[in-house]
Write a protein that binds this ligand. Structure first.
Ligand code: GAP
Length: 494
């Protein structure tokens, strides 16, 4: 994918992407007519197509391309005990601090990171790094007093009130809860949670899938679905939302092999990202300092968004934490009988609770990544005239529309020929028909939604059955026979 935007500042570029997403039907603020709902977004006509293409690409690469990975689609609502067993009721918290003057609440790490970003901007690199290092070490120890002292010592101010009048730091649970059924009973009765991760739907179905699918370890279960988190500081467009989608895969393995599989999945997932044609330099691994309550090793795949390097995917070695706890809370055995021979003993490995390596990617973050990578402003000015275009250089397989069919004029039988091309192609891939405006304007509109191919039907088409095909990225045009159109597009989308 290309990325040679002319926008000068990174923040400016991010704003340009957000505006473009709205103007061209990719992402709208949720419930916009009521002034929106914070950190909730709706995908528009082209955004939902792009999102679906990303989903399909991930799903195919996980399930179809791995014989030992199958997919499921579990319910969002789960038995409340699930979240006790998974540790989310007790541990899915973020340390928060309130500013007494603005009454605004902040995630402590975000507040300190924001301060460090300012130091970086003022070229105080060493100071910024020292602050972040100290923050990480205090977070790892859950040392809230130390974190408050760090905020006070550095005179970190609330961006709204401009004061340092802070409360103590407190834990805040990120799960949304609601009531199931119509009658409210005893306190806590009927409370269900909106899942904060899709993973638990996989864990509780581990034995169902293993038995019904006769799966043999090592094997994986993949799932795509909504997750919900009451993010306190929800910001940065679709990067941090309260309702979002995850694409997760739990890979069940023999205990003791987790280090090897963790490394393998890190490599496999990074290769998946690179296979989209994105430059290696835009990615990096970030090892977790403070491990989640379920992990014995964890890292993020970070991508260089216009707002800096940020997490897009997590790879976690989750041990047997989840299955063991579900076994304890449900009193149902979560064991697997491994009849492979252990070379150390010459006997079958026997019964055990499998260990798990998880790969977890945010679909909305992947959407933002693809959008950030594709968004390109090009200066096309010549000596005679000023010109520019905004083009989304999506890989053709992800592009919302693959082919635009454009009759040059609305008469002389050209629309009829164009309609025939539509009829021939639309069952195979997403096509778009348009006959309004000059051809130049129509090309620009197709560039703006990332359509990789446009074909124009003109008078010559009637004579020799050829059309002009225009390639989005190079803007080059050539004449091809009508019967070549479908083949060219199918080849490019793989
Ligand atoms: N099951 C493991 C898990 O949920 P996580 O690191 O908390 O791990 C995995 O989340 C991925 O989900 C992240 O890498 C990110 O892409 C996405 N994600 C998490 N919180 C999000 C939010 N509030 N908005 C959008 N995406 C989010």
């Amino acid at each position: 994918m290309a990325n040679d935007s002319k926008t000068t500042s990174k923040a400016g570029r991010f704003q340009d992407i957000i505006s473009h997403c709205k103007e061209y039907g990719f992402v709208f603020p949720g419930s916009e007519i009521y002034d929106g709902l914070q950190a909730v977004y709706d995908y528009g006509q082209w955004g939902s197509e792009l999102k679906k293409n990303i989903k399909d690409h991930w799903w195919k690469s996980m399930t179809q391309m791995h014989e030992n990975i199958v997919g499921i689609d579990a319910a969002i609502f789960m038995h409340p005990t699930t979240w006790k067993a998974s540790g989310h009721i007790d541990n899915f918290n973020d340390p928060m601090i309130d500013n007494k003057d603005s009454k605004k609440r902040y995630r402590v790490d975000h507040l300190i990171e924001g301060y460090a970003e300012k130091l970086y901007a003022e070229n105080k690199t060493q100071e910024a790094e020292e602050v972040l290092e100290e923050m990480n070490s205090l977070l790892a120890k859950d040392d809230f007093e130390g974190l408050k002292k760090l905020i006070v010592d550095h005179k970190i101010k609330c961006p709204i009130s401009g004061t340092s009048n802070w409360t103590d730091i407190r834990q805040f649970n990120l799960m949304f809860s609601t009531q199931m059924g119509s009658v409210a009973g005893e306190e806590g009765e009927g409370i269900v949670y909106l899942r904060p991760e899709t993973a638990q739907g996989i864990f509780v179905n581990f034995l169902n899938v293993q038995k019904s699918g006769r799966m043999k370890i090592p094997f994986g279960i993949a799932q795509i679905g909504k997750a919900f988190r009451n993010e306190i500081v929800a910001r940065q467009f679709i990067f941090r939302m309260r309702e979002f989608e995850q694409m997760e895969m739990q890979f069940f393995i023999r205990p003791g092999t987790q280090k090897e599989w963790y490394e393998r999945w890190k490599e496999t997932r990074m290769n998946w990202h690179l296979s989209l044609g994105i430059a290696k330099e835009r990615y990096r691994f970030h090892n977790h300092v403070k491990l989640a309550h379920y992990a014995d090793a964890a890292c993020d795949i970070e991508y260089e968004f216009p707002i800096g390097f940020k997490e897009v995917e997590g790879i976690h070695s989750r041990t047997d934490f989840d299955l063991k706890n579900h076994q304890e809370y449900s009193k149902k055995k979560m064991q697997y009988f491994d009849n492979d021979i252990d070379p150390a003993t010459g006997k079958p490995y026997g019964n055990y609770i499998p260990y798990v390596i998880e790969t977890s990617i945010g679909l909305d973050r992947m959407f933002l990544l693809v959008m950030s990578e594709a968004y390109t402003e090009e200066d096309l000015s010549t000596a005679e005239k000023q010109d520019s275009r905004v083009v989304l250089k999506f890989p053709p397989s992800l592009a919302p529309v693959k082919l635009a069919v454009l009759p040059l004029v609305k008469k002389d039988g050209l629309p009829e020929i164009a309609r025939k091309i539509m009829d021939d192609c639309k069952a195979s891939f997403r096509c778009f028909y348009e006959e309004k405006d000059t051809i130049g304007k129509r090309y620009r509109r197709m560039d703006a939604i990332g359509t990789p191919f446009c074909v124009t039907v003109d008078q010559q088409t009637k004579e020799d059955n050829t059309v002009t095909i225009r390639y989005r990225d190079t803007m080059q045009q050539e004449r091809i026979h009508l019967n070549k159109i479908k083949e060219i597009i199918l080849q490019s989308i793989g």
